[in-house]
Design a protein around this ligand. Structure first.
Ligand SMILES: [Zn+2]
Length: 591
């Protein structure tokens, strides 16, 4: 029921978006009328008078209004549900000031600096995490074997030993692979850690989906695949979203998360000037509202990471030179033009290291409205070795004990999950602004806009739409056939279709995998892209076999009609235009 509701709403949303693009007035009028008639109830404020308002204004003004107000519900400019912050309007106010790029000395200089700060009573949640790409520089299998398997094994053993330590995990494609190989004891340990809230599954998608080039139905599908896996194997439902590496963020994803049981979410890769602008207003946390919303029903609480990335050197506060010193996995940090050794915490340096870290926490808190801050502690493929776990945890625990023991610091530091953080925020009873709009196009330095991935590797972008198309057709036809067999109590057919549910799931997982932010975007290496291609091909071939089976059943069911052509499809990787050679099947009725 929820799925149907979500899909219908997503369809409405997308149709609205496309139809209200800047087009001739007549078309817009028809679109509004059609939408009103088809989908919008009478109590929907934005559409109470479909023949007035925006439809009456000239196209020229329409463009302006559309641009400012984003979507259809903004027809009524006096809407009480218009968000406090509308990104399209805010962009007009921005002065893009380019951050300096000083690679390789120190990476990017932070654009957000905090010069003035006061000591605040503060709670700090340090959240260990490890970002896992299921294919980027290496393939999914390679990442799993080299890192994923070890990280997950370490999570089980280290969290079991240390009850105060916490961790989050996001990519179900890795967790399911680990699960398939894990002993029953380890599976039980995983369940226990989830139950006692030391470990949290965040978002729970099959992958951390791209939000710019992925079709919204595929974004939803990969989320369903992950959530169903979690429900079937672990009996849990994620409530917090963690999307920190996709290249820009879409309100459509926020909408899908909201209607999938997620209450709060984190985003990261936002144009640096927008981050700075929102930080100046202390609006890096907000309720993300759909531009067309006429109530607060689409609002989802969103936390924006303030600095350059989710890595440790950009997490503890505004100064990456300082924060880098708390990445105890590294041997050295850049500090200006100097390389500085990362020191283990001991009696001689704990005063200096503890105070520096505390100052960064206090400065970071200046950017937010509450008395609690989130400090993610991780990076790509982290916590794969027990040595790293030992170094990170031992040193952090010493620092936490030190800071907590200083009454003058007025700061309490502890490990936590994403939900621990959001719960603290909720308890603060702080008022947050609402915001509507999207966060495209992303830029992380100078004039380098991440727009190339919208179109790069078009062959793969074409292929995924075709395989997705086949998958959707299969899902509909498969369900119809199985339901038909059940209705006719034909057990042989029921069994034969039930046996193929795994095939359907396999195809869905290949489509879901390709929504990863380095897959459909085309940002992986050529070797990895070919691996993705092979997986899609394999899913596609399975799909064709399943389609043949379905058509065979349907043909028999239709009083054995003539089948003029046997289905024939080929897959040609070197000639994209010959990717699929599909013959039409004529299932004509008997003469
Ligand atoms: Zn990534």
């Amino acid at each position: 029921m929820l799925l149907c509701f979500t899909i219908i709403n997503a369809i409405v949303c997308m149709v609205l978006y496309h139809m209200l693009d800047v087009r001739p007035r007549k078309q817009i009028t028809q679109a509004v009328k059609w939408m009103y008639k088809e989908y919008i109830s009478n109590d929907h404020q934005c559409f109470t008078e479909p023949n007035s308002g925006i439809i009456e204004v000239p196209v020229k003004n329409m463009k302006e209004k559309y641009y400012r107000n984003h979507l259809m519900c903004s027809v009524n400019e006096q809407s009480e549900w218009e968000a406090d912050i509308i990104i399209e309007k805010e962009i007009d106010k921005l002065r893009i000031s380019y951050p300096k790029y000083v690679y390789p000395v120190s990476g990017y200089l932070q654009l957000i600096t905090v010069d003035k700060w006061n000591i605040k009573k503060l709670k700090v949640i340090i959240m260990p995490h490890s970002h896992m790409d299921p294919g980027w520089k290496s393939t999914l299998q390679s990442y799993f074997t080299t890192y994923g398997k070890n990280i997950l094994n370490n999570i089980i053993s280290m969290l079991s030993k240390n009850k105060s330590t916490k961790f989050i995990w996001s990519e179900m494609v890795f967790l399911s692979e680990w699960w398939n190989q894990a002993s029953q004891n380890k599976k039980d340990d995983l369940k226990r850690l989830l139950h006692n809230k030391q470990l949290e599954i965040t978002t729970g998608g099959w992958v951390m989906t791209d939000e710019g080039t992925a079709h919204y139905t595929a974004m939803l599908d990969q989320l369903i695949e992950g959530h169903q896996w979690l429900q079937q194997n672990l009996g849990i439902q994620p409530t917090a979203g963690w999307s920190v590496d996709p290249f820009g963020h879409s309100p459509t994803m926020a909408y899908l998360l909201k209607h999938s049981g997620i209450n709060s979410m984190v985003i990261q890769r936002i144009h640096y000037s927008i981050k700075k602008h929102l930080a100046e207003q202390r609006s890096l946390e907000f309720f993300w509202r759909q531009g067309w919303a006429s109530t607060d029903s689409t609002d989802i609480f969103c936390h924006m990471i303030p600095f350059l990335s989710y890595a440790i050197q950009h997490s503890c506060g505004p100064d990456p030179y300082v924060c880098c010193q708390y990445d105890f996995f590294k041997k050295q940090c850049y500090h200006g033009s100097q390389k500085v050794d990362v020191q283990s915490v001991d009696d001689n340096n704990i005063d200096t290291l503890g105070r520096q870290l505390w100052e960064q926490f206090q400065k970071k808190a200046e950017l937010y409205r509450t008395d609690v801050i989130l400090v993610p502690h991780g990076d790509d493929v982290r916590y794969a070795t027990s040595l790293e776990w030992h170094n990170q945890l031992n040193n952090l625990e010493k620092l936490m004990t030190y800071i907590n023991s200083r009454p003058d610091f007025q700061t309490e530091v502890k490990f936590g999950t994403l939900s621990d953080y959001f719960n603290e925020v909720a308890m603060s009873k702080t008022r947050f602004p609402t915001l509507s709009g999207d966060f495209f196009t992303y830029a992380d330095r100078g004039e380098d806009y991440w727009s190339g991935y919208y179109t790069t590797r078009p062959h793969y972008k074409h292929i995924i739409r075709r395989v997705q198309d086949l998958l959707r057709s299969l899902e509909i036809l498969f369900t119809y056939c199985l339901a038909d067999a059940i209705r006719k109590t034909n057990q042989t057919v029921i069994d034969s279709f039930t046996d193929k549910i795994g095939d359907l799931s396999y195809i869905r997982q290949q489509v879901a995998l390709f929504q990863h932010h380095d897959a459909i975007t085309g940002t992986s290496t050529s070797k990895v892209m070919k691996d993705y291609g092979k997986r899609l091909h394999s899913g596609y071939q399975k799909g064709i076999l399943l389609l043949e089976k379905i058509l065979s059943y349907l043909a028999k069911d239709e009083n054995e009609p003539d089948v003029d052509e046997k289905i024939s499809m080929t897959f040609n990787w070197t000639q994209p235009h010959k990717f699929i050679d599909q013959k039409v099947i004529n299932l004509s009725r008997p003469k």
